[in-house]
Design a binder for this molecule. Sequence first.
Ligand code: SF4
Ligand code: MG
Length: 269
Amino acid sequence: MASELVEKYFRTNCLPHIWCPGCGNGIVTRSIVKAIDNLGLDKNKVCIVSGIGCSSRASGYLDFNTIHTTHGRALAFATGIKMAKPELNVIVITGDGDCSAIGGNHLIHAARRNIDITTVVYNNNIYGMTGGQYSPTTPTGDKGTTAPYGNIDSNFDLCNLAKAAGSTYVGRGTVYNPNLIIKLIEEGVKNKGFSFIETLTICPTYYGRKNKKGEAVDMMAYLKDSSVNIAAAEKMNKEELDGKILVGELYKDTRPEYTQEYQRLIDYF
Ligand code: SF4
Ligand code: MG
């Protein structure tokens, strides 16, 4: 990462980070910082809220207003912060388990309210920090510490979930292509409403080893070979799309934003 970005946006006294070699979390974190820098946001007007998990360690490394909360509750804390200080750009950092299992309820209601928060999910298909338990995004049949013979659950499509719950901006990218993630986060922050960015990242230590996915470079190659942009996907049939990861800007809508609606009530009474 360019050293000026590190100096400007990271708590250098908290580095080096403790993520494993080959982990994709650094790529997503760098993408968030780059998007903020590209948008020219005042760092004192940015609040980063994270839950619990490997990805949620990022709030400790970043030099904004930050809060590292409890498991699954990042969106509940973020909602309170945004209600109290609507002028802040509130960005939530969360993992697949944190946002869709423990925090699943908060996710659907934040999306339903269309509150102006940008949520960036680091989806590594497993609980990394606690030792490789399967999560709601572990593909059916894949292994985890708690599914040694294969996971029999159906896995969530997080973007479909966020869209169905009411998000007004939904996008997906992978750590193979950080430029797309940066663009999606920029658009998510600009959207006046609930924005949901799923970033598919890699956990070579647990998901990779348990499922014989090879080294980090092999997992990156899989993301590269499996990704299909939404525009290209429109020209492909169902068989061609089987097993592919749809990336890009997946959904956009306009609906009243929650803090503005709340202010309208305050002004009225
Ligand atoms: Fe990254 Fe997995 Fe290591 Fe956690 S356990 S730091 S997600 S590689
Ligand atoms: Mg995870």
